[in-house]
Design a protein around this ligand. Structure first.
Ligand SMILES: [Zn+2]
Length: 375
């Protein structure tokens, strides 16, 4: 979901990362504040003051978003959930959880923490603005905190809409999950509300853009499309989780995977394996013992005319942890591992003995078949 991103800093053991699209949001907020909001609110100030207010306001928005996401993350961690970090992107921030909340109560607490934190900041900044206006400091200092108070109110209100993936949608899902005792059905309802919300934003955005010529409508359209996509994916994710969680990965693996011997020469490797079954990675084994892996494209390191004199052992590498699973590992955890590392296949090994292979495609086919047969 967040392709290109850079690590910014680590706080409370959580890594904060920014997706490159965050730059667009930062520039947009800075520009709108410096050329629109503050000149309209506080006419008659000099250009450098407006630019400074824009910059500090933008940093305040950045702080507010992080405060919101840290609240979700810290509550989740206090409830025993694994948090992989916080990512800032075009539409704000996201606390990334390695797993879904285990109970409706925890889901509710984690979801509510964000909007509550934003409401707290709204009150704190509002109070500060009220105090500063009575001091001899320039009026714009109070106006800046007034703006940040408003932004946090908007953050809290927008996020409380009861549609997935917004916080309010998670609160709704927690409540339905608690009442119906059925996570999938609760997710379906919250996801549909989220899709409705996304669609409404898109329609309102088009109306604003074409109807009254407001360029801000474009922003609503983009957010609406994003919400639509994530809301739709939420249901799929949950269906997947409920299918695979609690089952060992060995139930879904293909046994006796194709493997190659380290002594195989590269001509035979290419002709008899790579050109025939077109896998990108092969486990290297001797007597079923896993020695490492060989990637088809690594053959390119060796000039073609020397392939016959080299063997697989020359280009073999050790397996990394995310490419091997134990047979009793939870299938859902294995799937998440594959999604995180972007690998399409994983070797199932009992100690150093290869017993099977699982691909993301196999797991998705299983899900589709089950849905087809069981409705
Ligand atoms: Zn939130």
């Amino acid at each position: 979901m967040f392709g290109n991103r850079v690590a910014l800093f680590t706080l409370f053991g959580l890594e904060v990362r920014a997706n490159t699209s965050w730059v667009i949001l930062a520039v947009l907020v800075f520009w709108t504040l410096a050329t629109g909001f503050f000149p309209a609110q506080l006419p008659g100030l000099s250009e450098p003051v407006y630019w400074t207010l824009g910059l500090v306001g933008m940093l305040g928005v950045f702080f507010s978003l992080l405060f919101h996401e840290f609240s979700h993350s810290l509550v989740a961690r206090a409830r025993g959930m694994e948090i992989t970090g916080i990512t800032l992107f075009l539409f704000g921030g996201a606390a990334e959880m390695a797993e879904e909340p285990p109970t409706p109560r925890i889901e509710f607490e984690v979801a509510a923490a964000g909007p509550l934190a934003s409401l707290f900041l709204c009150l704190a900044f509002g109070l500060l603005a009220g105090l500063l206006i009575q001091t001899p400091l320039p009026e714009y200092v109070a106006a800046l905190f007034g703006y940040l108070s408003l932004i946090n109110l908007l953050l809290a209100v927008f996020n409380m809409f009861p549609g997935f993936p917004l916080d309010g949608g998670r609160v709704l899902r927690a409540w339905l999950w608690h009442r119906r005792g059925d996570l999938l059905s609760a997710t379906r309802t919250a996801s549909r509300m989220g899709q409705g919300f996304g669609l409404t934003l898109v329609i309102l955005g088009f109306w604003a853009l074409i109807g009254i010529g407001a360029l801000g409508g474009l922003w609503w359209i983009l957010i609406g499309i994003f919400v639509l996509g994530v809301a739709r994916a939420a249901y799929e994710q949950t269906a997947m989780r409920l299918t695979f969680e609690g089952s060992p990965i060995r139930r879904f693996m293909a046994e006796h995977p194709v493997s190659v011997s380290p002594d195989l020469d590269l001509v035979s490797f290419i002709e008899d394996h790579a050109y025939r079954d077109h896998y990108s990675v092969y486990p290297v084994t001797r007597d079923d013992r896993l020695l490492g892996r060989v990637r088809t494209r690594d053959v390119k390191q060796i000039p073609r005319e020397e392939w016959a004199q080299h063997s697989v052992a020359d280009i073999m590498r050790p397996f990394e942890d995310q490419q091997v699973a134990a047979p009793d590992e939870d299938a859902q955890k294995v799937l998440e591992k594959m999604q995180r590392s972007g690998t399409g296949q994983i070797i199932v090994a009992d100690g150093d003995r290869v017993i099977g292979v699982v691909t993301v495609a196999d797991l998705l086919n299983h899900l589709a078949l089950r849905r087809d047969l069981e409705g």
